[in-house]
Design a protein around this ligand. Structure first.
Ligand code: ATP
Ligand code: MG
Length: 456
């Protein structure tokens, strides 16, 4: 019933939308040559098979802003079954909405989704219900309207190189405004993660958040706690990875989203005594990780691991509880590890659905930081620590800590490790013939699987 009411209200809102704005090639900066060639291949193949296909979402937004898109998503009127036939090296993923991933050599994946009327995350009673097809698919307008932000709801079509704008996204891009599509209050209630997405895109592009969207975020921030913890964690990691973590932190503090995510910071940062200093230290951590991410080049890629990012975000809090310079010998080392582990468990373990190994790794970073700080003068790292497999991670964390405190700039922080995020899919697919030779997915029929993949 509530759902019916929601749908009706959204329908009414949409009726008030003007017909789409079609922006001609001469009036916008996107050129076909700037589009990823594999994305173009998909678009041309769709066209040749008689379907319509559009570049959509972040790809259009970033090209419009003159930035290099991270990925290119495509929307089409072809159904998932038709897409699977059209693209041999592909697989369908997603439970409620089937999305087709097309695989290319070198591991590139282009995601193609059928135009639809609802976001897969819109809260709709039983989360595990697979919507019947006629409830799922929609028109171009529906597809624009189900998206999160106006700047993410633009379509680009390759026949005439035009942008199709149902929601005023081009005007918002021109003015530097992040605006939630539709009625912000309702949209963030139906999928609270949209609040984090609005903050991310504002910080990434140095955009302001429009007034109504801002009020909806400030007033509804605690609804984020209704979302699956792993979704929140993955969104947070994207904020920390993007090279704009400092700008993100400022907006996260102003909107108090930071305090919803990490409640212990509320008291610490707003404390008029030492709060400003602690807030400044946290900002310094974010600036250092931004500097590292932004110094990354193709030749010398900088990869700051998820564990290091989370440890950096937690450092001022942890150090408000435990003295980073304390001498931890013998049993004190183990006791401190236990205390840290318990603290992490209590404060963020469940909230972000962190695996045991992640909590263990972050504990290791903090407990060994104290040893590295104590031996930093002579750089005579303890032999037992140097032999440990985690020594490299610990010394990277020490370097970040030192730069935050005014020490020398870190030159290179490039090392890889397993990402924490669940939604990193293995390369795939078609084991037959000349297709992309990757790992075959292990499909699971259990509802708990991620994108239908079995959890390992
Ligand atoms: P990025 O540069 O980080 O990839 P993006 O905008 O492309 O930014 P994606 O997570 O790749 O972000 O999502 C692709 C598109 O899907 C978005 O541009 C948006 O239109 C839509 N989208 C993503 N998440 C949501 C959501 N929670 N609600 C509605 N639409 C969403
Ligand atoms: Mg994207």
């Amino acid at each position: 019933m509530a759902e019916d009411l929601n749908s009706r209200k959204e329908e009414e809102e949409r009726v008030q939308q003007p017909s789409p704005l079609i922006i001609q090639e001469a009036d916008h900066p996107i050129r076909i040559k700037d589009i990823d060639k594999e994305a173009l291949k998909v678009l041309y193949r769709l066209r040749d098979a008689g379907f319509i296909g559009f570049l959509v979402g972040g790809g259009v937004r970033d090209l419009y802003l003159g930035k290099k898109p991270k990925d290119f998503d495509i929307s089409t009127d072809a159904r998932p079954g038709q897409l699977r036939k059209l693209f041999r090296n592909s697989r369908a993923i997603g439970r409620r909405f089937r999305l087709v991933q097309v695989f290319f050599h070198g591991g590139k994946i282009i995601e193609v989704s059928t135009l639809r009327s609802q976001s897969e995350y819109d809260i709709n009673g039983d989360k595990h219900t697979v919507l019947p097809a006629n409830n799922t698919y929609g028109t171009l307008e529906d597809d624009a309207f189900r998206r999160d932000l106006t700047v993410n709801s633009l379509f680009f079509e390759i026949e005439n190189s035009t942008i199709i704008d149902y929601v005023g996204g081009v005007k918002d891009l021109d003015k530097g405004v992040v605006r939630i599509v539709g009625e912000p209050e309702r949209r963030v209630t139906r999928d609270p993660v949209r609040m984090m997405r609005a903050v991310r895109h504002a910080s990434r592009n140095d955009f302001r958040i429009d007034r109504k969207s801002w009020s909806a975020i400030v007033e509804n921030r605690d609804k984020l706690l209704l979302c699956p913890p792993s979704r929140i964690r993955d969104e947070l990691l994207k904020d920390l990875h993007g090279g704009c973590a400092a700008a993100w932190l400022k907006i996260a503090i102003r909107s108090k989203i930071l305090y919803t995510l990490l409640p212990f910071y509320e008291e610490l940062i707003s404390d008029t005594g030492s709060g400003a200093a602690l807030g400044d230290t946290l900002l310094r951590y974010m600036q250092v990780i931004d500097r590292l991410h932004n110094s990354s080049t193709e030749k010398q890629p900088v990869v700051v691991s998820d564990n290091l990012l989370l440890a950096s975000l937690l450092a001022p809090w942890i150090h408000s509880k435990f003295d980073a310079k304390e001498k931890l010998v013998g049993a004190a080392h183990h006791n401190r590890s236990r205390e840290l582990r318990n603290l992490l468990d209590m404060a963020i373990g469940e909230r972000f659905n962190l695996k045991r190994a992640v909590k263990e790794n972050i504990t290791t970073l903090f407990v060994n930081l104290t040893h590295l700080i104590r031996h930093s003068e002579d750089k005579n790292w303890p032999k037992w620590l140097q032999k440990k497999s985690y020594f490299t991670d610990c010394s990277k964390f020490f370097e970040i800590y030192s730069e935050v405190r005014g020490g020398k700039e870190i030159k290179n922080l490039s090392f890889r490790e397993e990402p924490i995020a669940d939604n990193v899919l293995p390369p795939v697919v078609n084991g037959r013939g000349r297709g992309y030779q990757g790992v075959m997915p292990t499909f699971s029929s259990s509802p708990g699987g991620i994108f239908g993949l079995r959890k390992h």
